[in-house]
Design a protein around this ligand. Structure first.
Ligand code: SAM
Ligand code: SF4
Length: 329
């Protein structure tokens, strides 16, 4: 599928639930209203939509949320989608998780065909981790990370850079990821959904982070493209990869190959815009996948050129009303 700007769309991210067992300060307010469970696509329907995308040329599927591993029986979805890896229809099946349940699920995910996992970890300090995630237990997440490593999953750590919150730990994170053999990717906070705090206070441009890291580490840009928005460097001292996702300071839209499905069957063509297509109605309208395929292809013709994220004192309002946990990170 090619969009109006000539970009090939071969990557689908699927939020299988908007719920989560943590409440990270930049992502959610503590008191969230979630979608009624009756609005969710069933796991069979999620499989149907994903499989239709694979038929239309999607080569990479990322399961996300909310926290994907809190969705009941989610392992069945991974196991079923794994069939596309076997037939060669799909290059990669992966997930983004907070790591809370990886001790339980890592082995089974590996068996289902998952080879890589993105794990969010914003601090190596237990007390601070708790303050950022509100409900998190650092030890449990570290056990999850250990289990994922032991199961042979390749690990990428996602760290949201927050001014005055975790900025004094970035060197430690680079060193730790280097020791463990993990990739590390820093992310700028994006203005998505209302949270309890002020995003202007949290926002830390990664240009500053990178400049600061460069005083301690030799970071050489490399051309590795994992199909996502991160721009990578190689750290000479650790040998590891350090990436930067800079939606705010450096727009990555020109190479965007992604669309995002919510757990209720709405397809968002851009994380930072409201353009959307309802896939649930055409899917449920017939047993075959013809109408669904048509709806997907029509949606791709409406993929916008890029997002309009701005964070400053004059624009201290979310660019889009929905939280990251709805569209899926
Ligand atoms: N619960 C899983 C997790 O935390 O990895 C998957 C979903 S979470 C929404 C996906 C990623 O989005 C996480 O790495 C999280 O740190 C990031 N994220 C959430 N809200 C964000 C925001 N407003 N700006 C930037 N990144 C955000
Ligand atoms: Fe949950 Fe992930 Fe959002 Fe944190 S970032 S609240 S773990 S969905």
């Amino acid at each position: 599928m090619i969009d109006p700007f000539g970009r090939s769309i071969n990557y689908l991210r699927v939020s299988v639930t908007d719920r989560c067992d943590l409440r990270c300060v930049y992502c959610m307010s503590e008191d969230m209203t979630f979608l009624p469970k009756s609005d969710l696509l069933s796991l069979e329907e999620l499989d149907r939509v994903c499989s239709t995308f694979v038929k239309l040329g999607v080569r990479k599927l990322r399961i996300t949320g909310g926290e994907p591993l809190v969705r009941k029986n989610v392992l069945n979805l991974f196991e079923n989608l794994g069939r596309h890896l076997k037939t060669g229809g799909l290059d990669e099946l992966t997930l983004t998780t907070n790591g809370n349940r990886l001790a339980k699920y890592s082995e089974a995910l590996r068996t289902a065909g998952v080879k890589r996992v993105n794990i969010s970890l914003d601090s190596l300090n237990a007390k601070r981790f708790k303050a950022i995630t509100r409900w998190g237990n650092h030890e449990k997440v570290m056990d999850g990370i250990k289990a994922a490593k032991a199961a042979g999953l390749k690990i990428k750590i996602n760290t949201v850079a927050m001014r005055g919150v975790n900025e004094d730990e970035f060197n430690d994170l680079v060193a730790w990821c280097g020791d463990e053999g993990f990739d590390l990717v820093f992310i700028e906070t994006m203005p998505m959904g209302n949270i309890d705090e002020d995003r202007t206070d949290q926002y830390l441009p990664l240009s500053l982070v990178r400049a600061d890291l460069s005083r301690h580490w030799t970071l050489t840009p490399i051309n590795d493209n994992t199909g996502g928005p991160a721009r990578y460097t190689r750290c000479a001292e650790t040998g590891g990869r350090v990436g930067f996702i800079t939606p705010m300071t450096h727009n990555f839209c020109e190479s965007c190959n992604r669309v995002r499905l919510t757990c209720t069957g709405t397809l968002y063509m851009c994380l930072g815009q409201d353009n959307a297509a309802d896939l649930r109605t055409p899917m449920r309208a017939s047993e075959g996948n013809e109408l669904l395929s048509q709806a997907i292809q029509e949606a791709i013709t409406r993929k916008p050129k890029g997002h309009d994220f701005i964070i400053d004192r004059r624009h201290n309002k979310p660019a889009v009303g929905r939280h990251m946990s709805v569209t899926g990170g």
